[in-house]
Write a protein that binds this ligand. Structure first.
Ligand code: AMP
Ligand code: GLY
Length: 424
């Protein structure tokens, strides 16, 4: 089988490495991929959002199956275009990707189908939003309706901050049209859990749970990032909570999408908060999470390609989806200064991967034959072990053996999960 994977970050590297293990997969093209994946895929310089070029490439190269990983092409309709061209494809169609593409749509869907989430108000004009900000309880959670590179959520501790955020989103349009509408929602508390789930639109198979670390610095301080590290499984996500989530959130969401004529086939990401009133949805993503994928897929024991193919065909009820009961930890090595200003172009020296370790490259380029840093998040150092403590220790040992000039990582990935695990 000849596969193409659209996207170019650490998540895509993890997907490619997992697909490579399948005896049914011969060749993998990455569009565009990054230089750090050269050993695992053939890089094709076609951007993740260039859908017409992706379709042309798939047709001219006899691609048997495509995996669309990032949110942008999914929301723009890459799966619709590839399917129309006769290329079997993993990922939701445009009308289902809207579950991430529009927060207003997602909130309305949850309201219509009684799926637990934070109470909210939607505003389409700045004066109305500002008037609400004057009286709404603090802190206020303000979200741009559309995609905003993961930066569209502001937690405002003061009314001044709330009003500033509303001005920036709705008047200055810092996120473009994504900020034309905003959702202002109730501030929830409790541990966060990420659950990715395979689904073909009917059957849903949740993957092992995980915990992201979104803030840039230790102790969950600093700016929000795309994610500085992850562990799996998430100790807060007990079998009992998993059962509640299946009954009150996962199953109802899949049924709601199907009932509304938008069957969701692909990976549905549930960002959950375990509140004192029970699990609630913080966000849906229409794709694999990054860096959740980097800890979830190394624990998958079944054949990833067979699962993805079954999701596309509508036969997920007929395949095995099995995860090991080990633990995984991913430490992201970023360029110092990320997510604000940082330099790139520094040579990267990579060690040999240990037996139960993986290095997934997120942002790298090739300069004069040398692998150099090429983004804010540069790579993820991942370890799989019998216990969480061992997974953390080994992921840090691997991270510390990788060198580039302005490398930065959090030193506390997994610390909260370890403490929680000991309480239980
Ligand atoms: P998102 O980009 O939607 O994942 O949101 C970023 C982060 O904002 C989440 O991981 C939560 O920590 C926080 N957040 C989002 N919505 C809420 C909410 N309603 N209450 C409390 N925190 C929230
Ligand atoms: N790690 C969060 C996300 O992928 O959106």
């Amino acid at each position: 089988m000849k596969l193409m994977v659209i996207g170019g970050g650490g998540r895509e590297h993890a997907i490619i490495r997992a697909l490579k293990k399948s005896p049914r997969v011969d060749t993998i093209y990455a569009l565009p991929g990054n230089a750090g994946m050269e050993g695992d895929a053939i890089l094709v310089p076609i951007g993740a959002k260039d859908i017409p070029a992706q379709v042309d490439f798939a047709k001219s190269h006899g691609i048997d199956f495509a995996v669309v990983a990032p949110d942008d092409p999914l929301v723009l309709g890459a799966v619709d275009a590839l399917t129309e061209a006769g290329i079997p494809c993993f990922g939701p169609k445009k009308n289902a990707a809207m579950i991430e593409g529009s927060k207003v749509f997602a909130k309305d869907l949850m309201a219509r189908h009684h799926i637990p989430t934070a109470a909210c108000r939607v505003f389409e004009t700045l004066p109305e939003a500002l008037a609400y900000a004057e009286t709404a309880p603090l802190p206020q959670v303000i979200k741009a309706d559309g995609l905003a590179l993961g930066k569209g959520v502001i937690i405002a501790e003061t009314r001044e901050d709330a009003k500033k955020a509303l001005h920036e989103m709705m008047a200055d349009k810092i996120f473009g049209e994504s900020g034309s509408k905003v959702v202002m929602e109730e501030f929830l508390t409790g541990p966060e859990v990420s659950v990715l789930a395979f689904t073909d639109g009917k059957t849903i198979r949740p993957m092992v749970s995980s915990m992201d670390h979104k803030r840039a610095h230790d102790g969950d301080t600093g700016l929000n990032t795309g994610g500085m590290g992850t562990v799996a499984p998430n100790p807060y996500y007990t079998p009992e909570i998993a059962k509640t989530c299946m009954e009150t959130i996962f199953r109802p969401t899949i049924d709601a999408m199907a009932k509304e004529g938008r069957p969701f086939a692909g990976c549905l990401y549930f960002g959950l908060m375990l509140t004192p009133q029970g699990p609630k949805v913080i966000e849906y993503n229409c794709r694999f999470g990054d860096p959740e994928t980097q800890v979830v897929l190394p624990l998958l024991e079944s054949d990833l390609f067979t699962i993805l193919e079954a999701c596309a065909k509508g036969t997920l009820d007929q395949v095995d989806v099995k995860f090991s009961d080990k633990h995984a930890c991913c430490v992201i090595l970023a360029s110092d200064g990320y997510p604000s200003h940082y330099e790139k172009g520094f040579p990267i020296t990579l060690p040999k991967e240990p037996e139960h370790g993986y290095i997934y490259i997120a942002g790298a380029a090739r300069k004069d034959g040398q692998l150099v840093t090429g983004g804010g998040r540069v790579l993820g150092a991942v370890a799989v072990a019998d216990t969480l403590q061992e997974a953390i220790d080994q992921a840090y040992a691997l991270a510390d053996s990788i060198q580039f000039e302005n490398a930065y990582c959090r030193r506390d990935i997994g610390k909260r999960a370890l403490a929680a695990g000991k309480e239980q």
